[in-house]
Design a protein around this ligand. Sequence first.
Ligand code: FAD
Length: 426
Amino acid sequence: TTTVAVFTRDLRVRDNPMLAAAARGADQVVPLFVRDGKVAAFSARRTRFLDESLSDVDASLRHLGGRLVLREGDPVEEVCRVAGEVGADRVHIAGDVSAYARTREERLRSGLTCEFVVHDDVHTVVPPGLLTPSGKDHFAVFSAYHRQWDAHGWRQAVPTPRRIEVPKVKGRKAPSVRGEGGESAARRRMTSWLRTNAESYTDNHDMVAVDGTSRLSPYLHLGCLSALELARRGDKAPDFVRQLAWRDFHHQVLNARPDAAHEDYRPRGDRWRDDDHAFDAWRAGETGIPIVDAGMRQLLAEGWMHNRARLVVASFLTKTLYLDWRAGAAHFYAHLIDGDIANNSLNWQWVAGTGTDTRPNRVLNPMRQAERFDPRDDYVRRYVPELSGVDDARRPWTLSTKARNGYPLPIVDLAEGRARFLAARG
Ligand code: FAD
């Protein structure tokens, strides 16, 4: 038999149920990735991470005797075309929760003339939709979900194929670039993280200036690493594994409510303000609130932001400034290497109080957040160079104009912003 293994955002050969199933018992396999020209252009950094990941999958497949076949165009048309060219008996793909992925899947189901197998156990530890509260199609409360998630038996890891024989088929060569992206780099990072830092996760993960989190999110997003394998191997760090349950939780929400990528999950009657000046200041890291600006500048500088800072800047935008979460989410999505529809939109909604937070009207006070999670202002000094040498980097408005080095005054009074939001929410 001949199969086609369609890679999407599962760019790994280890513990990949889609690839394992395609290779099992098959004489020939076409490992295929289709670049979709219509997908919104990502940041250069993100595109590079993808190329590095494709390059790494190709190298791993070559070790197994195969290679990655790269095509460009409409993914559905290309997959159907390749299946026809090689006379495929079966096409395998990972199931995914975004509206885009679902449409792709439906179109493939009707377009392919051979058998089509969708694997729902590739991206998450527990497949979305598998765990449900009685009488409902998904969990809306994390703690209840987490209890079931923990108690549920996870699947076993699947073996890596031993050999992959690729039939003659046209396709471009995979890029040949090395760097931070890809399964090999992901595995190195996972191993060193689990060995050295995972045990101090509970103490350090909220401290913004400390390298206290795994920074595995870009790998998890592109599937360079199996979330299941990570959850199994992280058994000595339950607080860390709990974050993987958050990831699964958001996936199962989006699976049941694909509209939540762009629509309020729980509408609160918000009439978001329109304020381009404030939005531009937020985007550029020029709001005059140091912890907010440090986070926003980290995003622009690295394509990543610490989770605590994401919470602070998102609360500042949606509550203190009372601007629409969708604008914030779009900015994040354009710049984050780990930009992920389920995690991004649903975390934004969580913070904005339109999502699954059981306390939707809480407003984070950036000053208090800075005191607790950046007590020596190291994070601010690192990302806001104007303030790197000043004594009080947390309250620069108390400094003279000269001492502020061009750093702006706050664009909003924090207490007034909070009161405006609470009044609007009634
Ligand atoms: P670690 O603390 O080491 O956690 C391990 C893994 O668990 C992460 O890699 C991630 O896959 C998962 N995880 C951790 N926290 C969360 C969470 N709150 N929700 C879901 N999964 C989580 N994460 C993304 O992967 N993509 C996004 O686009 C994204 N957007 C976000 C937007 C906002 C407004 C907020 C508040 C959070 C967002 N997150 C997003 C969640 C979280 O901030 C990142 O996953 C985390 O900072 C990644 O760093 P890490 O790998 O070091 O995390």
